[in-house]
Design a protein around this ligand. Structure first.
Ligand SMILES: [Zn+2]
Length: 144
């Protein structure tokens, strides 16, 4: 078998794989949610996170709804400079994510921290309760 043909075949294979990966990405991220839905879920998710964080006595994070009142800002100034620095970095990282990725983080955070499923709209008593009563992590698991 000519070496050149082998190279060509490999390249084609690579291209096919890349195409498949792209398709898969489209299926997982965008097909799961259309753009509008992402924004809708995202704002719902961040409001839930704010509420649950508040109830748990946790401070503001970039996952809370963005009201323009950026996290950083020295009001109150309790001398938590280090904390503010981390929050600023987190916030910068956060703003670089796509809405779909942000939503993914929110879903993960809600489930891990509060055993809350965004799509069920339920805060479960614990992981066992959640695994038993929530059909899954993805939105399509919740299609009636
Ligand atoms: Zn659920």
């Amino acid at each position: 078998m000519p070496a050149l043909l082998a190279i060509l075949l490999t390249q084609e294979e690579v291209a096919a794989k890349e195409e498949a990966a792209k398709l898969q990405f489209r299926n997982t991220m965008s097909a799961q949610f259309s753009g509008k839905k992402v924004t809708g879920w995202l704002s719902k998710a961040s409001r839930s996170i704010e509420q649950l964080d508040n109830e748990a006595g946790l401070g503001r994070t970039p996952l809370w709804p963005d009201r323009g009142d950026v996290i950083i800002g020295g009001e109150g100034g309790t001398g938590q400079e280090g904390g503010n620095g981390i929050m600023r970095e987190l916030h910068e990282e956060w703003t670089q994510l796509s809405p779909a990725e942000q939503l993914d983080c929110c879903i993960e955070y809600l489930r891990k921290t509060f055993c809350y499923c965004l799509f069920c709209g339920v805060k479960f008593d614990g992981i066992v309760d959640m695994e038993k009563n929530c059909p899954g992590r993805e939105v399509q698991d919740h299609n009636e």
